[in-house]
Design a protein. Sequence first.
Lengths: 329, 366
Amino acid sequence: MFDLVSFIPRAVVQSIPLLYGATGETLTEKSGNLNLGIPGIMYVGGISGVIGAFLYEQAAGGSLNPVLAVAIPTLACLLGSALMGLLYCFLTVTLRANQNVTGLAMTTFGVGFGNFFGGSLIKLTGSEVPSIALSATSGYFSASLPFAEDLGWFGKIFLSYGFLAYTAIALALISSYVLRHTRTGLHLRAVGENPATADAAGINIGRYKYVATVTGSMIAGLGGLYYVMDYACGVWSNDAFGDRGWLAIALVIFTTWRPNVGILSSMLFGGLYILYLFVPTGMNLSVKELYKMLPYVVTIVVLVISSMRNKRENQPPESLGLAYFREDR
Amino acid sequence: MSKQNNAPLIQISKRRELPWYGPIAIRAAAIVLALAACAVVTTAFTGENPLEIYHTMWTGAFGTPRKTWILFQNIAILLCVSLAVTPAFIMRFWNIGAEGQMLIGGLATAACMILLGDKLPNPVLIGIMLLAALAAGGLWGAIPAVCKARWNTNETLFTLMMNYVATQLVAFFVIVWEVPKGAGKIGIINQTTEAGWLPQIGSYKYLLNILIVAVLTAAMYVYLTRSKQGYEIAVVGQSQRTARYVGIKVGRVIVRTMILSGALCGLAGFLLVAGTDHTITTTIAGGRGFTAVMVSWLANFNPINMILTSFLLVFLERGAGEIATNFGLNHSFGDIITGIILFFIIGSEFFIRYQLRLRKNAGKEA
């Protein structure tokens, strides 16, 4: 029998990094920047948080202050991912470099950065296993409400997560609201659709692109932090984050650039991502590999169907992937 | 910008045509700066003399004949993938699915080797393997292309997703064909019979691969610059409207070019499986599909320049690997170095296309 009460929480914890990545990438893409560096940025966010937590745990010795133990890794994570976002903007907005190439280079760099410092920290701690454990810090990140345990299946499905999971949902709702119902969001969408027109209307194109992309990077970086501190219980091991960054980019298309839709779709993705663990296949292990294909196949199907229906509100921002140069008209 | 005071401090404008040495000088300067930056970073982590480090990189790439051959073999495969993605890029079709097209080509090759290994004479077998790899890669490229041509589906994400579908297919077949059962890998295929292995020229194991790719480079250059199809690709890339106006069937060009692109990626997979590794794993492409995007773009989509850019990237990777081993750093250090150098080169393109002028006090409108 399919155990829904244990399936849903696992799908949700899988979905949170994807949701962070997708919300960040949606903001970025709305400004016309296709940031393929998101997978790298999420690695950098994760490892920056780990470095922050590591230094703090070392400095504080045994007694951690709960507020600092959460604040320091979070700030480190935001700083690291913001720097990556700035680098991307400097190259693509100021220097008008090709966004695809810049993004791929950022991913190479970011994944390398994460694994390098992860590896170095592992060496510093001199541990036997190739991973670094920050269980004390992780305890603060993954703390759920004290009475959640008493509420049975309700508590398990809705209240068993750390605060970063709820932050992810809040951020997605806020982004959605900002994009659809505020003047800033209107301007941002204008920049992504048609920068020349937006420029003529007096909107500062460069500033909007910078702010949206850096904010987006910071949100995506939090996904990396959530993964290490909450999902993985504070254990950093190299390459563990895997291809979630690319899935987050796929999720943006899946949601047709709407962060609020992202909340449920990311959970669907998270479910598909772990479905193979719950499907009884008996001795035939190979079939599990085919189940792992599901999130990607579903994305492809959605991609094709949404392009076939060709509804105007489901299309990518018009100038996505193109650099803007005022004198180019 | 009508008032002088409001003119920006630095004005950016498109450059006129640079003399031929201009772009080369700017790129060289970028590489020198990048190497300097990498030296600072490396010294910060290792405390070693930067010159020592570059010497280590050099020995990592060319230290022994064996290392040199591996270097050239890696260049050949990367160059093959880069050549494969280039026609699509010239058409502004962002094929980042080279990784999956390679994998599926390699999978087709391996399937033929395993299933037909002892049943056919070797030349026939290799012929079938080659055709299977080309067909599989071509199919993997054609699926997104058909959707792009008919419904304008976003190709960047479609090809990206196709990578994972290919990876999982390989993972599935690796378990189906694993030797021994439960090992989770296939191991060397046909180790005793060497059925389906590409022949070795003299004592040089990788020479055949390198020769094939050299011929391919020349052929691709001619195809892109001298053939009617190459011209059509360029027109579609510049402006689809113009292409339609002059009577080019845009959809057909897109699908045809992507089949070519995918098939050549399949060829790279074939060379890897039949000519080099004689096995298949999910990581056999090793990120080359993504690196190829950068190789092709850095070379301005010119096949001859790609020899240089693929050399640069493989040299960096091998060299940085050697640094990591020698100085006890972990291997991801190579990715950091490669990333830094790429950022500098990507940034330098700006200075080739645009020029900066400081505002003059008496400034006239440009």
